[in-house]
Design a protein around this ligand. Sequence first.
Ligand code: SF4
Length: 461
Amino acid sequence: MSETSSSFKAKSAVKAADLEHRRKVNFNIGKYNTAVVAGKHQFSDLHLARERAKNLKWRALEMLDQHLEDFETNLTKRGGKVIWAVDAKQALEEVINICREKNCKTIVKSKSMVTEEIHLNDFLEKNGIESIETDLGEYIQQLDGEPPYHIVTPAMHKSKEDVAKLFYEKLHTQPNLTPEQLTLVARDKLRKKYLEAEVGITGANFIVADIGGIAITENEGNGRLSCAFPKTHIVIAGIEKVIPSITDLGLFWPLLATYGTGQRLTVYNTIVSGPRQPGETDGPEEMYVILLDNGRTNILANEKTRESLYCIRCGACLNACPVYKNIGGHTYNTAYSGPIGAVITPQLKKMDEWKHLSYASSLCGNCTEVCAVKINLHELLLENRHEAVEEGDAAWAEKLAWKVWKRASLSRKLMNMGSQKSKNWMVNKLFKGWTAHRGDLHFASKTFNEMWKERSSTQKQ
Ligand code: SF4
């Protein structure tokens, strides 16, 4: 068993027994569930909207190379610079090169899962650059030294009392501040940072090919400030974020808002298509867009799992997943958690090290049911399991157990051998670990042949 797998299992066991954690998460997901019902009313035909979105993402990914080149051409026309990064290392090197050129000491950063994926903040810190998270949830998590817990709601596992205590301990505020007061404290701290920062870093919810722009969706305005205040704006985005046209946002923005937070539309939706142009009064002097692969083309090459790239990171599948709700976001130990994380992480990283995530599912299909773009998540989890077995990533004991099971199941003679007791003993010992979280396997007291004979003799009488 890989180290990541054993650590995942150990953490899951602890978290699943933490009732206080479950209470907080259920409370926040409960609020989300109520809001989503209301948000969905804006669609006259929700099913069709989701189908269309899936279709658009399908088309975007089938012509990914073309769309990305169009994006580059169009952004470059307006003075933006596109950098292609094959992996995290290259993306980080490009960021640090830009920062050094700008003599950057401070960065303001908006929420971006791709920067979590490449561990940007740790890297910047090691290079002597202060990187401040400006989204309130991310700011709370950074203050607490924790990664985001959820792809949309980074501090979902914290109550307002937890946040007040954290601010009291780290920022020496009054204890027991209200959420409004806490927000004002954060706002006050962050404002100064916007003025200091030489560079702003954001992600992109969508890369819009036909206008050469990126679209950012948020509720606090911090993303917009991170783009516009510093002299240099760096965008880091996964290549799968591409959509063909600005007109597609008419569908994707409301869909993302509803499935992400239950809103009809998020408060701020910004399109940035280059640095400040002559005659414009605000915006950065320079804009760079780093298009990150980091394993995405491996997923693209795999026809079966390719549709996981359609994900718009709304987080709905996390909120619906019974496993996620019990074990929590941090247990996954990856940037992307929940069902979508369990699908893409083994594909983006190494199957043998991360395949355990694909087994952390009851396959109830709730994730597929709620997915904004109708990704067949539970089938992709099965596909990962299949791939792991095909690649020979299963443990030797597991392989042996299934070999013996198959051999015995295919032989009537072997199935008829031994008593119920001895067979029960054997399988429950053979499938080591099976009974740690499940009941024992029980054979019937009579074999099929015995029952058949009895039935035949009863019918003859
Ligand atoms: S897989 Fe679907 S439900 Fe999950 S985050 Fe992505 S778009 Fe949302």
